[in-house]
Design a protein around this ligand. Structure first.
Ligand SMILES: [Zn+2]
Ligand SMILES: [Zn+2]
Length: 360
């Protein structure tokens, strides 16, 4: 009996969720989406009038519970980038129906860390194309979605709009029947993977409802891929972020000497500035915390300047004695965040922070 995680509950996901719920092998379904349904979705997504202004993940969870009460459904109203990765742990399979490359990159990384297969579905209104790509990052020879990315793709990821929001995400506005087609293709591949049939791994299947053609393409592992593809062996901590100081966290490292701490998919900020009024102050917290802050003086959005953003925190620099006594919650870490801790030249250890009340 399997646990499946669906990321994206829109044009494709609103159809796909029900199809996944009807696979007899599926016993648990995690649904992830930050948005609510609005009136424009009535014609492009599989929803009803009464679903408007409600969180997409919750609407679909409710519908699934009505259709298959025995299924355990868990709606998570958040972007996959912001969601602590541990919340998706335990899924045997991750399925993404997303229209932004930043979210697809995060999903790809989660699947790799947990060593689970990953199905990526998409549509293109030009040619009425529905596609499904299958990856299995437990296999070191398998390609990942970033294997096919070029410098331009990464440059677009780094672009930010005037409100500091990622700009690459655009609603596809695809017709509902196209989302249903991609959803059905993805569900078929999920069923295949759940039966341990990995014959579609590293391949893409595209159907054009406009040109009446179907094409299968193979991908190769790109040795120059910017993503490391590593699967992690992750230890679960009992402690929640509030229960561990930075000093205690560094002490979890194997080996001796200087310790370093990284948080998967997050960066640390040591300064925050208000671009509107120019105020700047020192801090030590995750960049996502800074991004959510408003200036106390003018109300503008704060941001961490490039020079003050760090991938890792070292016990010998940037961490004052005062900071060492701060809890991880103080730094903005959440239950389910994944830590990588190194001591000297020793092997890194990976930990999931406890405290989200789900020990399954
Ligand atoms: Zn890759
Ligand atoms: Zn300000």
């Amino acid at each position: 009996m399997a646990s499946v995680c669906l990321i994206g509950c829109g044009n494709i996901g609103s159809h796909l969720a029900m199809l996944l719920a009807r696979l007899s092998a599926v016993l648990r379904l995690i649904l992830v989406d930050p948005d609510t349904y609005d009136a424009s979705n009535l014609t492009t997504q599989n929803i009803e009038q009464r679903d408007l202004d409600r969180a997409k993940a919750e609407v679909l969870a409710e519908r699934i519970r009505r259709a298959r009460p025995a299924l355990h459904v868990e709606p998570l109203v958040a972007t996959v980038e912001a969601l602590p990765p541990g919340r998706l742990r335990g899924a045997d399979l991750i399925v993404a129906a997303l229209d932004g490359n930043r979210a697809r990159q995060s999903t790809n990384q989660r699947a790799a860390r947990f060593g689970v297969p990953y199905v990526d579905a998409g549509v293109n209104t030009h040619g009425l194309l529905a596609r499904v790509d299958v990856y299995n990052l437990a296999d070191s020879d398998s390609p990942c979605i970033e294997c096919g990315w070029h410098t331009d793709d990464y440059a677009r990821l780094a672009q930010r709009g005037p409100c500091d929001a990622p700009v690459e995400t655009a609603s596809t506005n695809a017709p509902s029947h196209l989302g249903a087609l991609a959803g059905a293709l993805a569900a078929a591949e999920c069923a295949r993977l759940l039966e341990q049939d990995y014959s579609m791994v590293g391949r893409q299947f595209i159907v054009s409802a406009d040109w009446h053609r179907a094409i299968t393409t193979s991908y190769a592992r790109n040795p120059a891929c910017r993503f490391d593809h590593h699967n992690w062996s992750i230890e679960t901590l009992k402690q929640a972020p509030a229960d561990l100081t930075l000093q205690q966290t560094f002490a979890l490292a194997a080996g001796s000497g200087a310790r370093s701490l990284a948080v998967e998919s997050q960066s640390f900020a040591t300064s925050r500035v208000c671009p509107a009024c120019g105020r700047e102050e020192h801090c030590l917290e995750l960049e996502r915390v800074v991004d959510a802050r408003r200036c106390e003086h003018c109300g503008g959005r704060l941001r961490a300047p490039g020079f003050a953003i760090h991938e890792t925190l070292s016990s010998t620099s940037r961490v004052s004695r005062r900071h060492a006594k701060h809890s991880l919650a103080n730094l903005g870490l959440q239950p389910g965040d994944l830590l990588t801790i190194r001591g000297g030249a020793s092997v890194a250890r990976h930990f999931e922070l406890g405290g989200h009340g789900d020990d399954t």
